[in-house]
Ligand binder design. Structure first.
Ligand code: WQD
Length: 331
């Protein structure tokens, strides 16, 4: 099976590339390198012995994307590519709508033109919005009070995929709603390494631990949670990747949607404690005011993926911390 990974030099995409190559899939990567580095290809090659064909292409460049598909002969697309900085999306909504939605439309048009019938889409727990719930199942409503354009683009792309699958009866779509991916590859060669200022907790913890950032700002400790700080469902990136592998094996015409999470919540203070325990290093932090748009608790109910994909997350937050430290040392 030949698979095109859009965003394949990014955090999740690069870990997926390694695993897919190890399992014998033929992998090509399309990425505009907006939020990743071309050196990731060297790391993939070092880990697997295979250097995937790479196309430095922006999905907004329809002609260039068409050329990739005309030469590709792909059986499946895993669509990771997209801008994902929540704060930036509030400041630059048009950039996010154009890039994430426009890019996806170009991708779907190329898939139709070249007869590619399978797509796995990297969606996000953000599509559940703010309904007052803390644990989410796939049947719950989406698109309700999503507070940032990034999350709205994920929701809108899900809707586009549903409509395109309805119109094109033999399109096979799997939507995977990621909760909070963390961790790194066990080799220490791959990890979360966003360009510029990170938004997510773990890349910031990493930069506090190296001294690049002075201290971790904990956004609020007055939530209705175990210790007042935000609780999230942190899933190891390699468990997340295994969820994609499981989905590939079960694809069929229509749209299937799965939460990829552990079903367990961890607070920010518990994440700090876990990092300190695994690293043996004190992590300086300060409690500050809440971040606009944050929810108190967001946890997956992963039962459907466990039941239908025969998949469940196996790694712990401490496993992820160990792998993150390995990546820090390895780079
Ligand atoms: C986690 C917790 C913060 C940074 C977003 C997107 C989601 C996905 C993951 C891309 C929260 C707290 C964080 C900091 C902090 N993105 N925090 N200080 O907001 O759950 O989800 O990123 O796929 O779609 O919505 O993740 O890592 O930003 O925050 O206290 O400097 O850490 O308040 O409780 P979030 P996050």
């Amino acid at each position: 099976m030949k698979i095109l990974l859009t965003g394949g030099t990014g955090y999740i995409g690069s870990h997926a590339a390694v695993r897919l190559i190890e399992l014998g899939y033929e992998v090509e990567i399309l990425d505009n390198l907006n939020n990743s580095k071309i050196e990731v290809l060297d790391k993939i090659e070092k880990i697997t012995g295979v250097r995937p064909t790479f196309h430095q292409v922006d999905l907004m460049d329809y002609k260039a994307t068409q050329r990739v598909f005309s030469e590709g002969g792909f059986d499946l697309v895993i669509h990771f590519a997209g801008l994902k900085a929540v704060g930036e999306s509030v400041e630059k909504p048009l950039l996010y709508y154009e890039n994430n939605i426009g890019g996806t439309i170009n991708l779907l048009k190329c898939m139709r033109e070249f007869g590619v019938k399978k797509i796995i889409f990297s969606s996000s727990a953000t599509v559940y919005g703010d309904t007052g719930e803390t644990e989410f199942t796939e049947e719950m409503p989406t698109g309700v009070k999503i507070v940032n354009p990034y999350g709205k683009t994920k929701f809108m792309i899900e809707e586009i995929l549903r409509d395109v699958a309805t119109a094109d009866g033999d399109l096979e779509v799997v939507i995977l709603r990621y909760f909070n991916p963390i961790g790194a590859h066990e080799s220490g060669l791959l990890g979360e390494d966003p360009n510029g200022i990170p938004n997510n907790l773990m890349p910031i913890v990493m930069r506090v631990s190296t001294g690049e950032i002075e201290e971790l700002k904990i956004y609020g400790n007055d939530y209705d949670t175990v210790d007042g700080t935000g609780v999230r469902d942190y899933i190891h990136v390699m468990d997340l990747v295994d969820g994609h592998i499981a989905a590939i094996k079960k694809m069929q015409p229509g749209v299937a949607i799965y939460n990829l999470g552990t079903g367990r919540g961890t607070s920010v203070l518990e994440m700090v404690a876990a990092f300190e325990k695994v690293s043996g290093q004190k992590l300086p932090y300060k409690i500050v005011e809440r971040r606009e748009g944050d929810l108190g608790e967001v946890i997956a109910n992963p039962d459907k993926a466990e039941r239908e994909l025969d998949w469940e997350a196996k790694r712990t937050v401490e496993d992820a911390m160990r792998d993150v430290l390995g990546y820090l040392k390895g780079n």
